[in-house]
Design a protein around this ligand. Structure first.
Ligand code: COA
Length: 153
């Protein structure tokens, strides 16, 4: 598997991006403003993530997704580790990610990759998404924010 940035003239894997974020409008906005990386198995795109700088010091993983038939094989973890390495190499001090209170697997994955809980944006998903979202039998209402700060070398 190869992970690399997509160039501006390559199309983004919208089907995968929508697995992580049901708002096409929001996805298009941060893909345009940020950098989209894709994981390839031969010619197929099987994973994606998007990095967006929030300031000179901080960058956020706005979206991460793995094609359904490839999930559970460690690719999500490789994408998160790749994003962390890219952020560090680009000179950022902190990388952030946000997920839903109901996203149990994602909360586990991000903490396994070194992220720590930093804050909660209460009612984020109620305010910003038209349709109610349920996962693991839990309504997704609050955004849990996590961050990982790099040690000074
Ligand atoms: N509870 C706790 N941990 C779980 C879990 C669960 N129900 N399901 C998986 N995990 C853990 C695994 O244990 C694994 O850690 P390990 O390797 O130490 O065992 C870890 O999650 C990562 O698994 P991995 O195989 O790398 O994940 P993946 O390739 O399936 O990718 C997602 C993870 C979230 C990117 C993928 O499932 C996906 O695309 N989901 C839909 C889009 C999405 O929700 N994106 C995130 C939006 S915030």
């Amino acid at each position: 598997m190869q992970i690399r940035p997509l160039s501006r003239d390559e199309s983004v894997p919208m089907d995968l991006l929508l697995l992580a974020d049901p708002s096409k409008e929001k996805v298009l906005a941060y893909v345009e403003a940020g950098a989209c990386y894709a994981a390839f198995h031969e010619q197929d795109v099987i994973g994606v993530y998007v990095l967006l700088s929030l300031s000179q010091q901080t960058v956020e993983i706005m979206n991460v997704a793995v094609k359904e038939s490839y999930q559970g094989k460690g690719i999500g973890k490789q994408l998160i580790r790749h994003a962390i390495a890219e952020a560090k190499a680009a000179g950022f001090q902190t990388i952030e990610i946000g997920t839903g209170n109901s996203s149990i697997q994602q909360l586990a994955l991000y903490q396994k990759c070194g992220f720590r809980l930093s804050s909660i944006d209460r009612d984020f998903f109620l305010k910003h998404y038209d349709e109610p979202i349920f996962e693991n039998g839990i309504q997704c209402m609050d955004m849990v924010r996590l961050s990982h700060t790099f040690q000074a070398d």
